[in-house]
Each structure stands twice: as C-alpha cells, then as structure tokens.
Design a protein around this ligand. Sequence first.
Ligand code: MRU
Length: 351
Amino acid sequence: MNDTFDYARYDRIRPILWTGDALQLLDQRKLPFVVEHVECTTSDDVAAAIHALAVRGAPAIGIAAAWGTVLAGRDIDAADGAEASLKIEPALQRLNAARPTAVNLAWALARMRRMLQPAGADWRAVLEHEAEAIATEDLAANRHMGELGAALIGEGSGVLTHCNTGSLATAGFGTALGVIRAGVAQGKILKVFADETRPWQQGARLTVWELQQDGIDATLIADSAASHLMKTGVVQWVVVGADRICANGDTANKIGTYQLAIAARHHGLKFMVVAPSSTVDMDTASGELIEIEERDPGELHGIGGVRIVAEGIKAWNPVFDVTPGDLIDAIVTEKGVVEAPTTEKMRAAFG
Ligand code: MRU
C-alpha cells in the first residue's frame, strides 16, 4: 500500500507475539473487557488454544500453527531436517486436527514441512525463519488487499461486515476489515456496520472493539437486522473474509455469511470476499466437499456464560457455511481481484 497510509493509526492490535521462547496469544475469549495473553510453550498448548478459540480467524490460526511447529521442534532431537520431519509429524497432526474448516492451518503446516525436509543441522532456525516469513507475508498481503478491495468501493459508500476479519484474525491489518480500514482512510467509506455474529459474537465482542481502537466509527446491528439494513439503502457492499475458497469460488466463512450473500443479491448490493491466497484451496473443487466445523451446542444455550435457554433443549451449532461462488461479486486476494468467480477464472488466477 502507498507510503502515505497511516498504519500506526489504522492498525494497532497484534494477536500473536513470538518472544523467542514462547508464543503469546491475545486471548480472544476474554475480549473486549479483559486484555490478557495465553502463553504457549509447547505445540500442544498451541493446538489447545486454536481449538478453544483463544486465537481464531483463518490466517491467525495458520500463523499460530507455524509457531506451534517451531515449539514442537524444541521437544525432539534430530541431526537434520529429514530426521526431524519424521519425529515432528505426530505434533503436526495434532495441530492440524485443532480445527477443520480454515485451510490456512493445513497450508501453514504443509509449508513448514516443505522447509523442514531438506534442512540441515540448522533445521530449528529454518523453522523459525519460515514461521516469521508466514506472518510477515500475511501482513503485507493484507495491506495490498486493502488497496485492491477499497478500489472497488465507490465514494460515499456504506459497508456491512460479518464476524471478525481484522488485526485480531491475522498478522495485522486484516482482510475484509483491512479493506474497510483502507476505504475509511481514503474517505470513501462513510458508514461501517458490523453484525453481532451469533453465537460466538465475534462482531459484537471483537470487530467493533477493534475498530474503536483505531478511531473508526462503527455501528453494531443484530444479525437479524441485516436484510432490513440493506433495504434502507445505507450500505452498498457486504465485505467478508473466508476460511476456505474452493476451485470454483465457493467460499466457506463464518456461519451467517451465506444468508448475507443471498440478501445482498436480493437487494442489489455487492458482495466482496477478501482473503490471502493461503485461503484458496484449488484442491477442493466445490463447497459441498468442505468439512464444516460443528461446535458445542452449549454455545447456543447462553450468552457470556449466562444460560438463556431452558434445560433439555437440543441445539445444532455449525460454525461455518458455504456461499456459492455465483453470489460473490469479487474475490480479493493479494494476487489480484477475481470478479464473478468461476472455475476458469480461479484457475487462471491461482493455477
Ligand atoms: O470461528 P472463527 O472466529 O475462527 O471464524 C472466523 C471467520 O470465519 C473469519 O471470517 C475468517 O476466518 C477470516 S479471518 C481474516
């Protein structure tokens, strides 16, 4: 992005901190009222933190897993990368199993494996360097996507976003929220709406807090207010992130994304998906092949630890859904923009 962008103002939060000995994760279960870090000193600590959503958001999960690999390396003895590859694999499998839907997790682990295999006696340093590179590249990708995505948005627009796709969910700046940051900084986006994102409340607890840290004015709405908001004509774009983008453009993202895409199309709004190319999974042909994570039904039984549902009520809690590619107007990655995605266009962009 251009040199005049004030990153210090528009990007203050960092969810993942490597101290040289341990991984410090800003505990997203406790925000916004408690700002506390979880310290991970083993790869299993990292796997548990990913599973429990202490760290969350597809790119952040991938980065955390990369550092988890570095930590796993500390628990084994190996003369070179080939030997380490064999010994480290069980720990990588446990990291991989922490959450199923965001492809960034498997992507980061595959990248760490690829670097480790041919490494020599300095294989631990190689792993550390690669984890650092994954984080650095993610931040750069987000800044570039901010520029590309904001260029699609007209002057004086309003936008609606879903879940949390900001600095908290990435190495920094964010994906969809990066586009919104850039659009606000350029004076193009005048109104930002964030929905609550039941059941885990990423929008209510994280997104509006994160924007407040940057001095960006945002308005919270109930998830169920989205169609009504669209009908008022105040928003022109829905801008969301992604956990996995298939070869035909079908996109898995936080539960509720699909209904926003349907409502956006009905009301003549544009729908933008913003994600780094590490979220693109060309090996998965279409959305019905994606494993959708289902979490504890207890997440639906209460809010903030207070039970609101009568005892004995069953609940179903899928935490992602798939938006068909034909409801998406633009997929923005650091490699460019794919408009109205099809398998052919995705292949041309991502090989
Ligand atoms: O369950 P979460 O909070 O990890 O889900 C996060 C999302 O669905 C995000 O939209 C996605 O990971 C993109 S984050 C840049």
